[in-house]
Design a protein around this ligand. Sequence first.
Ligand SMILES: [Zn+2]
Length: 439
Amino acid sequence: MKPHRLRMTHNLLLAYGMYKKMEVYRPHPAQDKEMAQFHAPDYVEFLQRLTPENSKEYLHQLQKFNLGPYTDCPVFDGLYEFCQLYTGGSIDGAMKLNHGMVDIAINWAGGLHHAKKSEASGFCYVNDIVLAILELLKYHARVLYIDIDIHHGDGVEEAFYTTDRVMTVSFHKFGDFFPGSGDLKDDGSGKGKKYSINFPLNDGIDDKSYMAVFKPVIQKVMDVYRPGAVVLQCGADSLTGDRLGCFNLTLKGHGECVKFVKSFGLPLLVLGGGGYNIRNVSRCWTYETSVLLDHPISNNIPYNDFFQYYGPDFKLHLTASDMHNLNPKEDLEKTKVSILESLRSIEHAPSVQMQQVPPDMYLLDDAAALEDARDPDIRETQRDVDKRIDKETEFYEDDNDNDKHEPEPPSRPSRHTKSVASTAASTSNVASDNEGKSS
Ligand SMILES: [Zn+2]
């Protein structure tokens, strides 16, 4: 998981001029107490303490928490700070949605769906998605989670497996493929029975086949479950040409999922995820940002800092390969029908007694501890205004431009205005420090 792909994405977004249509925020670094809303405190504390230098002293804990050599979760310099920022970005997005400050929030640095309560897994250390959903649940009776990464969204499913307040829907490759879970028959338990949905797929699925199952399933989920907010994980390893993935989706197919989910007009948190062909990851998330903004962009990649990566054609869109689609129409239809049947048996959206709204996540912590953790170079305003980054001058002049803040709170956009928050910007700054040190 190369943090460099986030910098490339952000750079391409800027080159296309999309920052003019968005509000861009610097995420707050999530604190240990916030992470411990889901994760075991000893696991969080260990992540905080761990460095490449001291890791040899903690062989037992490394094994216990699935970190370090011999795992797919390497220890690298700045690991905890990296977790703090991508997690803070997703929590911030959820809070802005909760307060009606934005209609759509994007954190391309987030979406690390494999992390478990006490265990890192598949390049995922802290599960920002679970934490963001917990935040959304303070204001919404039901939250829908949709996962289009090629891998099963196991960490999120596991966290909400026994509740009907979160429905998880994952489309993924299944069968001799990481993480191995996500069978059709795994559909939740107890009160959560039928509220976990898994659509197992095979190699080579193309746009047309994917749409033929994605749209009817999501339509039915929306009709039956009636969520108050939606979290969409847009892992880009389901694209054609991915180094780990084996699907054959183009940007248009992948982006059509985003467009379809957006069409329901619900508060929407859009997150990144996997993606191991970095030039295609940045293409994908840039295109999907344009879809979310209803702002068509040219197929010609504009000049940017990483322009040479996009050769030889310098085009945004991808062409599907001629790989064989191992998903026969009849099989897809059978799985689809089975899921629709199961959804039919959920007659009504479950209601919950909403009690007093708990405080926002990072207000749980005392202000002093939060202040300690803040970078003294980053000036902050009141939390509502928080880490808004100046749009006019950002990134084009000297390095200090990003740190400007606006003294007045921004006028709150109405629920009907187009307004998208992205936290990719500042995370990519941090990510650059880690470049080349993680896998
Ligand atoms: Zn993945």
